[in-house]
Ligand binder design. Structure first.
Ligand code: DX5
Ligand code: ZN
Length: 218
């Protein structure tokens, strides 16, 4: 399916060779680079900050899909914009003033996404659906790569797609966690159009083949 975008997560890359690892997925047919930002507070793990994102900005023209798994995301919007983010996604659970945060991202001329943990109901984004560019449905509890897909995510995507269709909104639906060729088929059928995949791409001996399989072409 060519309307599907694949966003490999560099969380599963070899961090000692980040530039090569990004070049590898670009050549393998990736559409976006998914960058997982973790603060050791909202999620129990630490990854990259703005200086690392700025450094890798020089090695690819692919859009940067920055997934902020951090408390107080409002303090990090400008630094990640300056570092080269194209899409900035915040977690609804971290943002009591979600509407304001979305406006801040859009004022910077960037695409705004809102992510929901597996246990967070869709109603939390109902009032901002016409303001966002993307909703990110987590299909694992955020914090680590290589976890198993939580099956309820497919049903949640179906319900989100219906909410969007009801309002005639064209908002991207991204899904993140445990995506491989088999789970990709389920979430695409449910309405997802941007698929994040970490271990399924970086763990494959042939990343191009893995991306084709997730896209549903094999
Ligand atoms: C999880 C991250 C994901 C992760 C996905 O907290 O948000 O982007 O890298 O990894 P896989 O595809 O291995 O589940
Ligand atoms: Zn992610």
């Amino acid at each position: 399916n060519n309307n599907i975008k694949i966003a490999p997560s560099i969380l599963s890359a070899d961090f000692s060779r980040l530039a090569d690892e990004i070049e590898k997925i670009e050549q393998a047919g990736a559409d976006l680079v998914h960058i997982d930002i973790m603060d050791g507070h909202f999620v129990p793990n630490l990854t990259f900050g703005p200086p690392v994102v700025a450094a890798i900005r020089k090695v690819t023209k692919l859009p940067f899909d920055v997934h902020l798994m951090v408390s107080n995301p409002q303090n990090l919007i400008t630094p990640f914009v300056q570092a080269g983010a194209d899409i900035i996604t915040v977690h609804a659970e971290t943002a009591p003033h979600l509407h304001r945060l979305i406006q801040t991202i859009k004022e910077h001329g960037k695409q705004a996404g809102v992510s929901l943990n597996p246990s967070t109901p869709l109603t939390i984004v109902e009032e901002v659906l016409s303001d966002v560019d993307m909703i990110l449905i987590m299909s694992v509890n955020p914090g680590f790569g290589g976890q198993q897909f939580i099956p309820n995510a497919a049903n949640k995507i179906t319900r989100l797609k219906a909410m969007l269709d009801e309002r005639n909104l064209r908002v991207n639906i991204e899904v993140d966690g445990g995506i491989n060729a088999a789970t990709a088929r389920q979430v695409v059928a449910a309405g997802a159009n941007i698929l994040v995949a970490g271990s399924a791409v970086y763990g494959a001996s042939d990343p191009a083949q893995a991306i084709r399989a997730i896209r549903g072409l094999d």
